[in-house]
Structure formats: C-alpha cells, structure tokens
Ligand binder design. Structure first.
Ligand SMILES: Nc1ncnc2c1ncn2[C@@H]1O[C@H](COP(=O)(O)OP(=O)(O)OP(=O)(O)O)[C@@H](O)[C@H]1O
Ligand SMILES: [Mg+2]
Length: 338
C-alpha cells in the first residue's frame, strides 16, 4: 500500500468533488457532460465547460447529467466523466488508487454495484462506499465513533439524506428526492404560471441563490429576471421578490422538514435526547437556502445549524474516511467493499 494514492469522491447529482490524500480537495466541477451527436457520438466537454453550454446547445450538441437522485442514471457518460476527473485529479498514478465514494442512504445493491464497477473501470484498485450523512458528519469534524447520537441532514441537488448516527453507524435514515434541483423546478413552474415567462434551470438556480428564502423571517430581496415570454416569444423582464419565492418553495420545504420529523420519530429515545442537546447538523449546497435551518428548527424544536463548509463537508468526510483505510480496517468499511 506504500505508494498507493488514496482518493475520496463526492459523486453528487450537481457536482463531483475529488479529495486526494495529502493534497485535500483538488477538484470541484459540475456533474455534466456535453456530447456531439453525429455518425459517432463524441464527448465535446466535461464539467465547468459543459455546464456553460446547458440550455445553450445547438441541435447536434446535448448536455447530459449522468447522475440522478445521487445514483448513476447514464453509465456510459458517468464513466467518461469520472475517467476525465480521475485523470485531472491524480494523473497517471504508478499504482491504481484506493477510492472511497459516498452514496445516498437509500441506494439499492444494484445501484451500489454500478458505482463500484464504474470506478473499477476507470482504474480504481478497490472501491469503498460510505453513506453521505456519515461522510458529512466526519467532514464537519464530528467524532462519529462515539456512542452519542447526532443527526445530519444533507440537502444536495438531487437528494436530501437524513440520518441519525451513533458509533460510526447509521441508526435511522431516510433519503428523499426533494433537494436543490426541486427548488429550481418549483421556480421554473412558478415563473411560467404567474408571469408566462419561460426560464432555464440556470436562471432558476440564480434566483434561488440570489433571493430565495425558505421562510418569511428574511428581508424580502428583489431581482429582475429575464426570460422568454410564452405568448409573444420575445425576451421579457419581470421583477420577482424573495417573498414570492418563499411561497413557491413552501410545499417542497414542508416535505423536506416532514421527512426530518419522520426520521426523528423513528429515533430511539436515548439518541433523541443526544440530538436535542447537540442539535441538527445541515450540510450540502441545498442547506444554504436562506432560512431552511430555521424552518427545520421550528418544526423539530431542535437547534439546527449549517456546517461551516456545507458544500465541502461530504467530500472532506469521504477523504477522511479513505485516509483511515490505510493499514487498519476502518469501522466504517461496508461489507460490500471490494
Ligand atoms: N447559496 C445557495 N443557496 C441555495 N442553494 C444553493 C446554494 N449554493 C448551492 N445551492 C444548491 O445546492 C445544490 C447542490 O448541492 P450539492 O453540491 O451538495 O449537491 P450534490 O452533492 O451534487 O447532490 P446530491 O448529494 O443530491 O447527489 C444545487 O441545487 C445548488 O443550486
Ligand atoms: Mg451530495
């Protein structure tokens, strides 16, 4: 194992982050591939470059998101994307790297195997899986091996993973497909219904980040939004407020907080009291929606806080996990580790 590179990958629906032992996080790029269609289908761009093409491609180009709900939905392009990222992050290592990848809690055995096989194809010597909330807690600096319970809510792009962790194991968990991308879809639907304005996913995401809010406890921000008018077909501008976005997102936000309650209700009482004293940790890009922590705190009655590096926690934790694999067997290793 002496010269082996250890690599941790946060394989997310929205973005891929790669951690390399001794270097930290060396890559953070969107999970997207642009392909040129013709007699032969060829990869035109991957990551940032492909992301700039989303919603702007000519007929012979297509942008593909090879992950959906945190699992691989397009194996061919997921493999191409990961091959590119591995090459970019570690070059051509002398020995094949040991790779750890995080997965949503509710992943099936088939989906799990698909991730393992894909990474083996791109050159991994062995692949180790860790559940996203466990990685998030590790990344946020929580000593997950202790018997005290802690609750993690990881709001990503495709899934929200909710888990209660104790002694390095997930005790109760749930994974729902309500996360950041849903918020974008809600905004697209609202703009069309209220203003007859067609906007793309990128604009919806920009609205969410700039003025989005999950509760009315914020000063309502305002933003000019440009789109295509549904009737005239011409570019058209409207002014939107954070208050409107809050109402638009309320159903998704409620489903998300209901799922957190659902996990708490299934949590053994001893661990519930640990969570009551330690609070709920939120991670993932979606947890940055203003006021989402307040909504969950109000619903559960527990202190809720967003991790300092909310977007990086899972990747940092996956990195810590892969670092712990050298020599000794980590308590987080899963049976299906190959
Ligand atoms: N400041 C922000 N406010 C609100 N949402 C944000 C903010 N920054 C990022 N997001 C959203 O976070 C989501 C991406 O989060 P993250 O990178 O954690 O997802 P992921 O790990 O790729 O997805 P998953 O874990 O579901 O597979 C996107 O929907 C993005 O729009
Ligand atoms: Mg994630």
């Amino acid at each position: 194992m002496l010269f082996t590179t250890n690599v941790g990958i946060d394989l997310g629906t929205s973005s891929v982050l790669v951690y390399v032992k001794g270097k930290g996080i060396v890559l953070k790029e969107p999970s997207v591939v642009a392909v040129r269609k013709g007699e032969m289908i060829t990869v035109e761009a991957v990551g940032e470059e492909a992301s700039r093409m989303v919603g702007r491609t000519p007929a012979n180009l297509e942008t593909i998101f090879p992950l959906e709900g945190g699992v691989i939905s397009d194996y061919t392009y997921c493999e191409k994307m990961l091959r590119y990222y591995m090459q970019k992050a570690v070059g051509r290592p002398f020995f094949r790297p040991v790779v750890a990848v995080c997965t949503p809690c509710s992943i099936t055995q088939v989906e799990r195997m698909a991730i393992v096989k894909t990474l083996e194809q791109v050159g991994a010597r062995s692949v180790h899986l860790i559940e996203e909330p466990l990685a998030a807690a590790l990344g946020a600096g929580i000593d997950v091996e202790k018997p005290g319970g802690c609750m993690v809510v990881d709001v990503g792009g495709g899934t929200t993973d909710i888990a209660v962790i104790s002694m390095g194991k997930t005790i109760v968990s749930d994974s729902i497909r309500i996360a950041g991308n849903n918020f974008d879809r809600d905004i697209i639907a609202y703009m069309k219904k209220k203003y007859s304005l067609h906007i793309g996913q990128k604009t919806a995401e920009q609205i969410k980040i700039e003025i989005g809010q999950a509760d009315h406890g914020e000063i309502s921000r305002q933003m000019e939004v440009m789109g295509r008018h549904a009737i005239s077909g011409l570019p058209f501008k409207v002014s939107v407020t954070g208050g409107e976005i809050c109402d638009t997102l309320s159903e998704s936000v409620e489903q998300l907080s209901d799922a957190v309650m659902g996990v708490l209700e299934k949590t053994p009482p001893q661990l519930s009291s640990d969570i009551a004293s330690r609070g709920i940790l939120m991670t993932g890009g979606g947890s940055l929606l203003r006021g989402l922590d307040r909504v969950i705190a109000a619903k559960t009655g527990m202190d809720t806080f967003v991790a300092e590096d909310a977007v990086l926690s899972v990747a940092i934790g996956t990195g810590r996990f892969v670092d712990s694999l050298n020599g000794k067997k980590s308590i987080f290793s899963r049976k299906n580790t190959r």
